[in-house]
Design a protein. Sequence first.
Length: 400
Amino acid sequence: MDIQYTSDQLAFRDEVRAFLEQHLNKDVQRKVMNDQPLTKEERQGWQRTLYKQGWGAPAWPVEYGGTGWDAIKRHIFEEECGRAFTPEQLPFGLKMVAPVIQKYASQEQKNRFLPGIISGEDWWCQGYSEPGAGSDLASLKTTAILQGDDYIVNGQKTWTTLAQHANWIFCLVRTNSDVRKQEGISFLLIDMNSPGITVRPIIMLDDGHEVNEVWFDNVRVPVANRVGEENKGWTYAKYLLGHERTNIARVGRSKAVLNRLKRIAASQPGNGDGSLLDEASFRERLAMAELELQALEITNLKLIAADGQPRAPGPEASILKIKGSEIQQELAELTSLALGPYGIAHLATDGSQYPDGISDAMAAEYYSSTARYLNNRKTTIYGGSSEVQKTIICKAILGI
């Protein structure tokens, strides 16, 4: 595989870099770099900026407002956004439910929902996991009973990312309990402002409010908001999960984090006269992480450019998900090791509480490395745990 960029691709990379330099708010950039939470307006504002440029949905077909970029240009765009520490485009609308709508929804549903997704007007969240149905998603118990022109939805979803900001949620619900569990599931689009919906925060180990419980108490959902056929939602769910697992790899962001880690390690003293980069044990782990990230990038490029056309991700997405999440965890752990006592700067509320020798500037640069380490413990669980992904690989690729 030739992984050298052409002159046209290099020119495109320069165009993206220039745009990001000009339009990315520096305060927002610093917050992303330091893993500080962004406001709803900051996230939606960045999506509106990209939409105005015509870059609101890099992977969408042109007919729906997409860019028309090939797979390599999309990769370059993602890589440059990661390098610049832009806010991540929220995947739940753009990269998860939108592909399902484009492939399986009616034309009326496409006309209704796709414009609000690409413009940033609508904020979507994902109603998949339940307290007893995480990796075993087909065991979900949230029910949708048909009553006239509506479904009556009752049940609970959990680990619902940023549901506190969302005005729409796409949900898997059980519409038939008398068949094999995968065959009685439907795919509904639900207005979060519907009576009977309650959102309750879940505070994470890093003290952040990122995920939630979502409760449904006799929520009326029009049949017109069902995507595709009744009881065929498992097909749509698997299609969506392939896109989710590909996105979880986050190659571009991990490359930016790796470069930042190198700068930090070069500035930290080792056991001898040199820096931490001169310590053999640390340098070996850093080199291995970099090699694995390069291998992940090549694998990702091979998959997205396999036939030059957009296609439904196959079981190969599980490979990207496993390695991508493991690399994110390793980089977070190495950053915490490199910072030592400085890594707890995020716990300080004013300069007087910083560890000895740390300045306000260092605190801003190293903010929340511990929070990042704690938060990244989840990456090998969400989107399907690593154990589940390995089972998929064994069955679908190795035939075991």
